[in-house]
Design a protein around this ligand. Structure first.
Ligand code: GDP
Ligand code: MG
Length: 174
């Protein structure tokens, strides 16, 4: 189509993490600028598209939203292979979802590309009962060369920032 603007790059990303941490809300906030309180649990896999301009480059993102339950892992890990960016989300009010990061990273190391860029994201930062120390989480992420942000899909805090900085980091490698 003559009117469809061309893009400089196309990239796939995948959002992973335990169930209920807010993966679907996080993606919906980014692509649709909205937050729906009542959650519809993701079955298997789903995706949304978004075009962003970062460092003067137009980038078409295909972002895969996965189901957190282990029984879907055989489906979802198939999408890791083509992902340039991996967004691993935990819930700042639920320490178990933070401890499970290491399980998710095991899957990343097994199935993703070696040059995939990872962002660790502590979501639901709008809630008062934060249970995961953000300094510890940041230190952990930085030790491994991952990006780290606390976000709120509900209040639209840092959601864009995660994508922009991840795309920026990926573009630097290309
Ligand atoms: P998923 O299973 O990881 O995809 O999680 P969902 O996106 O379905 O969200 C699970 C629940 O957490 C829903 O009830 C959402 O309303 C809630 N939720 C998601 N993101 C946030 C957030 O940033 N803040 C708050 N307070 N609740 C959130
Ligand atoms: Mg979901």
């Amino acid at each position: 189509n003559f009117f469809s603007p061309s893009v400089d790059y196309k990239m796939q990303m995948v959002i992973i993490g335990d169930r209920h941490v807010g993966k679907t809300c996080f993606l919906e906030r980014y692509t649709d600028h909205r937050f729906q309180q009542e959650s519809k649990s993701t079955v298997g896999i789903d995706f949304r598209m978004k075009t962003v301009t970062v460092a003067g480059q137009r980038v078409r993102l295909q972002i895969w939203d996965t189901a957190g339950q282990e029984r879907f892992n055989s489906i979802t890990t198939a999408y890791y292979r083509n992902a340039r960016g991996i967004i691993l989300i935990y819930d700042v009010t639920n320490p178990e979802t933070y401890l499970n990061i290491s399980k998710w990273l095991d899957l990343v190391h097994e199935y993703a590309r070696n040059d995939a860029e990872v962002a660790i994201v502590g979501n639901k930062a709008d809630l008062p009962d934060v249970q995961v120390n953000p300094l510890k989480a940041r230190n952990f992420a930085e030790k491994w060369g991952y990006l780290f942000y606390e976000t709120s899909a509900k209040e639209s805090l840092n959601v864009e920032t995660v994508f922009v900085n991840l795309v920026y980091k990926i573009l630097k490698q290309i």
